[in-house]
Design a protein around this ligand. Structure first.
Ligand code: ADP
Length: 460
């Protein structure tokens, strides 16, 4: 019998009194229940004492971990502080201008070069910088674009007085949250490069002009000699030599003209005079002027004009130069009895993201070797396969054509399925030019004239 139950029975029935027989079974059950209670309490006590031990052990571990973390944080803070000072020292000594802004445009950090470039002692915020540059909102717009797009943005060739700068803006993004917290602005001073470029271009223009005089004299004299020789049969043998002089002069004249044009385009002196034109009319004219050259090589000439072509705003002279360059190449780089074609149609692929007309000049010629295809629009580049067939050229035509097309708001590209440098594997080329129907605004500068006219200008 459980001791507590025993005591209670004794208390209730008296010590010596016998317990009624029919209670015994019931009291045994109660006694067992008491015993279960005891077991449970013992278990509970044990687990309680155990968990408090664990608790103390864990707190000790926690305290130790806390101390370790604190030490790591302290060391890391020190490292960060060192890194920050190193970074600031390098930023301070950068030859590029450096400034860091927060989201509101407040300057958080700025180096000496930045202040030197803009001739300032301090800079508080972006609006101060905007008014300092005198071109309100240009930088603000750029700043907003950088923040919104989360992408770096540039502002090139920004002129301030006699200086030229490029601004590079980069968003500062928190790596884990992808949240923008500010903008870093770098300024590069391009004044010296600009001056060198300008001097170089001016030299080329001057030298080219100077070269025209002796060329004109050679041209006049060879014309005079041709006349003398044709009038005097005894001198017929010399006609070949005089022709060679004339050809050489023409090639040099073309090269000088191309150099002059390239230089003018590079220094942004290309004049654009858009007017409402019929793309078909200008194309037909350009093709007509080239027909004689194509006939010499017995080339088939084809033209395709889409029905209902729109009138477009474009500079007819520039369009003619573009087409002339492409057509001349097609004739030059297609062997005898081949075929060249000119097609004009409406842009169906929305290449310029606005209505455009696409001009296509195709040929069945030597094509452009695969390995040269990325360099075809670079200055002075000529493919090996073309050099092999001995076609003359300057390597400036496509570079100039691309520059003109882009100045007119257009795009130029080509397809040529040749995969080997060997001319015999040729499958021709197609050059495409897309120009916007609404054109670009008029621009002052040097007027470029198509081939025939420019020759006259050169020799006059
Ligand atoms: P140029 O014709 O005076 O060499 P371009 O700049 O007009 O200079 O052309 C550059 C080069 O591109 C050419 O030398 C030639 O290798 C290649 N090229 C241009 N057009 C064609 C064409 N229609 N077919 C094959 N190759 C071409």
């Amino acid at each position: 019998m459980h001791r507590i139950l025993q005591r209670q029975i004794e208390h209730f029935f008296g010590k010596d009194k016998n317990i009624p027989e029919d209670w015994k079974e019931f009291l045994d059950a109660v006694s067992q229940t008491y015993a279960h209670f005891d077991e449970d309490r013992e278990l509970l006590d044990r687990s309680l004492s155990l968990s408090s031990e664990e608790f103390f052990e864990n707190s000790r571990k926690l305290e130790k971990a806390k101390q370790e973390v604190e030490q790591i944080v302290e060391e890391r803070t020190l490292q960060l502080a060192e890194e920050k000072s190193r970074l600031l020292a390098s930023v301070e000594n950068l030859s590029l201008g450096f400034a860091m802004f927060d989201l509101q445009g407040k300057v958080l950090n700025i180096n000496q070069a930045f202040k030197n470039f803009l001739a300032i002692n301090t800079l508080e915020n972006l609006s101060e910088l905007n008014s300092l540059l005198g071109k309100d909102s240009v930088l603000q717009k750029l700043f907003d674009k950088c923040l919104n797009s989360k992408q770096p943005v540039n502002l090139e060739n920004f002129s301030l007085g006699k200086k030229y700068f490029t601004f590079f803006l980069t968003p500062v993004i928190l790596a884990n949250t992808n949240q923008v917290i500010g903008v870093v602005m770098i300024i590069e001073d391009f004044t010296k490069e600009q001056e060198i470029d300008k001097a170089k271009s001016e030299f080329i223009i001057l030298a080219s002009h100077q070269l025209r005089t002796p060329l004109t004299i050679i041209k006049w004299n060879s014309e005079f000699l041709t006349k003398q020789v044709t009038e005097n049969p005894a001198l017929f043998n010399y006609i070949k030599n005089i022709k060679a002089i004339e050809e050489g002069t023409s090639r040099m004249a073309a090269l000088i003209q191309a150099l002059l044009n390239v230089t003018r385009v590079e220094i942004g002196k290309l004049a654009i005079s858009p007017e409402l034109i019929s793309p078909e009319e200008v194309s037909r004219l350009s093709m007509e002027e080239l027909r004689a050259q194509a006939e010499i090589k017995d080339l088939a000439v084809k033209e395709f004009y889409e029905q209902g072509l729109p009138q477009m705003k474009a500079d007819p002279n520039l369009l003619k130069i573009i087409l002339q360059n492409l057509l001349t190449n097609a004739v030059k780089y297609t062997p005898e009895k081949g075929m060249i074609s000119l097609g004009v149609g409406v842009d169906k692929e929305n290449i310029l993201n606005k209505p455009a007309v696409v001009f296509t000049v195709s040929d069945t010629g030597y094509g452009i070797p695969f390995q040269d295809q990325t360099r075809i629009f670079t200055k002075l580049f000529r493919s090996e396969n073309i050099k092999l067939v001995g076609a003359s050229g300057t390597g400036l035509g496509l570079y100039l054509t691309k520059a003109i097309v882009e100045s007119c708001g257009g795009k130029i590209w080509f397809k040529s399925p040749v995969h080997m440098s060997h001319a015999s594997s040729a499958q021709g080329s197609s050059f495409f030019v897309a120009l916007p129907v609404d054109g670009v605004p008029k621009k002052e500068g040097v007027t470029f004239l198509p081939e025939n006219n420019s020759r006259e200008v050169l020799y006059s």
